[in-house]
Design a binder for this molecule. Structure first.
Ligand SMILES: Nc1ncnc2c1ncn2[C@@H]1O[C@H](COP(=O)(O)OP(=O)(O)OP(=O)(O)O)[C@@H](O)[C@H]1O
Ligand SMILES: [Mg+2]
Length: 429
């Protein structure tokens, strides 16, 4: 019987097999609160705590509840694995002085372990190191009970039941094997309404779809999707790029933040504009490819200019919503944008024109705009004060003003992408 299994060996139950160790409750004297609110689906997963420091280990055990075992190091857990999925909570001491290298060795050989690191100081450097070592989620210490429970819930679905499971056995890839439909929202004019449309379209599609729907904020310098949904992300697209060499569906899912009331998942833009430089077109496309494997729809919000990242995204997209406002500079820019896309051989069938603020009394009517752009608009979105109001409240208007003209127009966009929708006849000339 290993003395490291708990800190009080006097009351350890007799252990016959490795499975017993994983299943056995640690004989830790502190009163524990079961992690019952982790969600019924995850209640069965085995959770272990790893930290060389007794006090830290006990503290985490106290938070996690009765069914949790503890070990001073990841290597010492290995003999007790029985092939069942295990969530391993690494305490802060596991992040110091090369300890993550040892963790990486264990994680490489045991795909059934999903590791979550609770780190004293959450620096970008540490985050990158942890993700490269195979850790699936990183929380800042002290992590409260709910943060731990949520991280366990995020990591659990991606765990395979056997150490030798090949990547295609990833449970997140189960289902029909269909790849997601990728929809990019683009405009050559700032403030045209891209982010409002991307966010609300994402919410509608998430509500309609059984499979996950992900909104990627690819406005890498000034992305504001998280703010529009009143979310405070722990991870961003930068973390996905840092772990690109081992990015699979489950790791990527652990980096997404969920908009709880709709189920929409978001891959947020970097928190600082300077990080945008770390993300190139190839990285962005690789991330989209992984998302396609477990989502039904991937929606991508973009900045208001062409660069290689935006062109890469447009090429990887099935559809591009070209958003135009109802003023002359807007229409001029969209026309130039269209010419650029033509020169780049973008298939015109991908493009759909969305006219935003289309009821404005601005002495420019829709038919004039359509004539100038030589295309008919797919959807007209009216101008409405509820749009900035909902942006400022951080609540999507498709949830609060379902009967508004704007919400109906967003619904019309979603209808275009319904699984049983007839292929649209395009009017681009
Ligand atoms: N239909 C509308 N009616 C009224 N206001 C709108 C409408 N669409 C967008 N807006 C407002 O216009 C502003 C810009 O919208 P949004 O942020 O979606 O544009 P964007 O194209 O993403 O801008 P950027 O290029 O800066 O990212 C927001 O304050 C939003 O509330
Ligand atoms: Mg925007």
């Amino acid at each position: 019987m290993p003395s490291f299994f708990t800190d009080d060996t006097s009351s350890i139950p007799e252990i016959e097999s490795p499975a017993d160790v994983i299943d056995a409750a640690p004989a830790e004297s502190t009163t524990k609160r079961p992690v019952g609110d982790r969600g019924a689906g995850d209640a069965a997963v085995n959770v272990v705590v790893v930290d060389p420091d007794d006090i830290t280990r006990n503290h985490l055990l106290t938070q996690l509840g009765d069914d949790v075992s503890s070990f001073p190091s990841a290597e010492e857990l290995v003999p007790f694995l029985n092939g069942e999925p295990v969530v391993m909570i690494l305490g802060p001491s596991c992040a110091v002085d090369g300890s993550l290298a040892a963790v990486e060795q264990v994680l490489c050989k045991h795909r059934e372990i999903g590791a979550i690191l609770v780190a004293e100081e959450l620096t970008t450097n540490l985050l990158q190191q942890a993700l490269r070592s195979g850790v699936k989620d990183v929380l800042a210490a002290p992590a409260d009970d709910q943060q731990l429970a949520e991280a366990i819930s995020r990591v659990t679905p991606g765990l395979s039941a056997s150490s030798s499971a090949p990547p295609e056995d990833d449970p997140l890839l189960s289902g029909d094997g269909d790849l997601a439909h990728v929809i990019t929202v683009f405009s050559t004019k700032g403030g045209a309404g891209k982010s409002v449309i991307a966010t609300n379209l994402g919410v509608v599609l998430a509500q309609r779809s059984d499979k996950p729907v992900c909104l990627v904020d690819a406005d890498l310098q000034f992305g504001d999707i998280a703010v529009m949904l009143k979310l405070a992300p722990q991870h961003t697209i930068v973390d996905a790029v840092s772990s690109l060499d081992r990015l699979d569906a489950s790791l990527l899912q652990s980096l997404l933040i969920t908009h709880e009331s709709s189920g929409l998942m978001i891959l947020p833009a970097p928190l600082e504009p300077a990080f945008a430089d770390q993300i190139g077109a190839a990285e962005m496309v690789q991330i989209i490819e992984v998302l396609k494997r477990f989502c039904s729809y991937v929606i991508v919000d973009t900045p208001a200019y062409f660069n290689d990242v935006v062109l890469g995204i447009i090429e990887a997209s099935d559809d591009v919503l070209l958003v135009a406002g109802m003023d002359i500079p807007n229409i001029k820019n969209v026309k130039i944008g269209l010419q650029t896309l033509r020169l780049l051989n973008t298939p015109m069938e991908k493009l759909r024109l969305i006219l935003n603020r289309a009821n404005s009394k601005v002495k420019l009517d829709v038919s004039e705009v359509e004539r100038t752009l030589q295309v008919s608009a797919d959807v007209l979105i009216p101008s409405d004060i509820i749009v900035p109001q909902s942006v400022n409240r951080g609540v999507p208007l498709v949830q609060t003003a379902k009967r508004s003209g704007v919400a109906k127009a967003i619904g019309e966009i979603a209808d275009i992408f319904a699984a049983d929708a007839a292929p649209a006849k395009r009017g681009w000339r």
